[in-house]
Design a protein around this ligand. Structure first.
Ligand code: C2E
Ligand code: CA
Ligand code: CA
Ligand code: CA
Length: 278
């Protein structure tokens, strides 16, 4: 039994011990997976609501554990962040995704998630430059998705890094908008190119009045700032109709397409042939 604050007692029970052990084991296995190139990158399209044209593809990491099977990024990304492993894992994902994006129509952008921990690396800007150079992908085709936490605490440098990335010609998206503590503050702190409305607000459209109000406010901000707004996690035609009516510009979600392995994602472009460009 461990004593916690306020005289409360917390049981350090078998369940917690098991969770801790799983974390330790997964951390070791992540190192292994990195060495053996055991990660995969899937791609989920982001489409314009009006035309249904794919404007970007978001790269999403996948990990199939040798004995435990598929492990959700929601579980392994936090472990990778806490251990610093997200830096090499993130670099690997970025460079692989840049190479893959060269197989898509030239107007399609690649969107890559950056974790706050990657901003602690001295070499973030350098590794972005390297990934672009190695693949030949123009900087203007790369979008980096960050969450509000990147601009939180001890982050004076992070703002400078964002400006350096922007100076390369890379676009910066504000991910999971609305889930942090002071989202509006961050919109003032940096001129984002895109705002992604978190799935939690989209899910309950159009019945939940709070969600309706928040989505209306965010798309309004987007229109005012002339910044694209993307609704995450769109699953139903009803949600899509509501978002269109509110003037949201882009959608991402199972309704349009799930994240797909590289080969399957390429097929979404249908008639487009890379040979035509080559
Ligand atoms: P995220 O950046 O918010 O990514 C969107 C998540 O929503 C993805 O989960 C995607 O599969 C899921 N999703 C998309 N459409 C729908 C839908 O219609 N319904 C539902 N229920 N879910 C939908 P995923 O792939 O499990 O990734 C979870 C999180 O892990 C991501 O959230 C992101 O924060 C993180 N992540 C994934 N790949 C990377 C990466 O390469 N680097 C970093 N730093 N984080 C990553
Ligand atoms: Ca994202
Ligand atoms: Ca998101
Ligand atoms: Ca999210």
């Amino acid at each position: 039994v461990k004593q916690a604050g306020g005289g409360a007692y917390r049981l350090f029970d078998a369940g917690m011990a098991a969770a801790l052990i799983r974390r330790r084991v997964l951390e070791a296995d992540l190192r292994d997976a990195l060495m053996h190139n055991a990660f995969d990158v899937h791609y989920q399209p982001i489409a314009e609501i009006e035309s249904r044209r794919i404007v970007a593809m978001e790269a999403l990491l996948r990990w199939t554990h040798p004995t435990r099977g598929s492990i959700s990024p929601a579980e392994f990304i936090p472990i990778a962040e806490a251990s610093g492993l997200i830096i090499p894992i993130g670099e690997m994902a970025l460079s692989r995704a840049c190479l893959e994006a060269m197989h898509w129509p030239p107007a399609t952008r690649l969107s890559v998630n950056l974790s706050p921990a990657q901003f602690k690396s001295e070499t973030l800007v350098q590794s972005v430059v390297r990934a672009l150079e190695a693949s030949g992908l123009p900087a203007s085709r790369l979008e980096l998705e960050i969450t509000e936490s990147v601009l939180l605490v001890e982050s004076r440098d992070n703002l400078a890094i964002l400006h350096q990335l922007r100076a390369l010609g890379v676009h910066i998206s504000l991910d999971d908008f609305g889930t942090g503590n002071s989202s509006l503050f961050y919109l003032r702190a940096f001129p984002f190119d895109k705002i992604k409305i978190d799935r939690s607000f989209v899910q309950e459209l159009p019945t939940n009045l709070q969600c309706v109000a928040i989505v209306r406010a965010v798309t309004g901000i987007g229109q005012c700032l002339n910044v694209a707004t993307v609704a995450e996690g769109v699953e139903t035609e009803e949600q899509l109709a509501h978002l269109r009516k509110e003037g949201c510009t882009q959608m991402q979600g199972y309704l349009f397409a799930k994240p797909l392995p590289a080969e399957a994602a390429r097929k979404l472009f249908g008639a487009w042939q890379e040979e035509e460009v080559a």
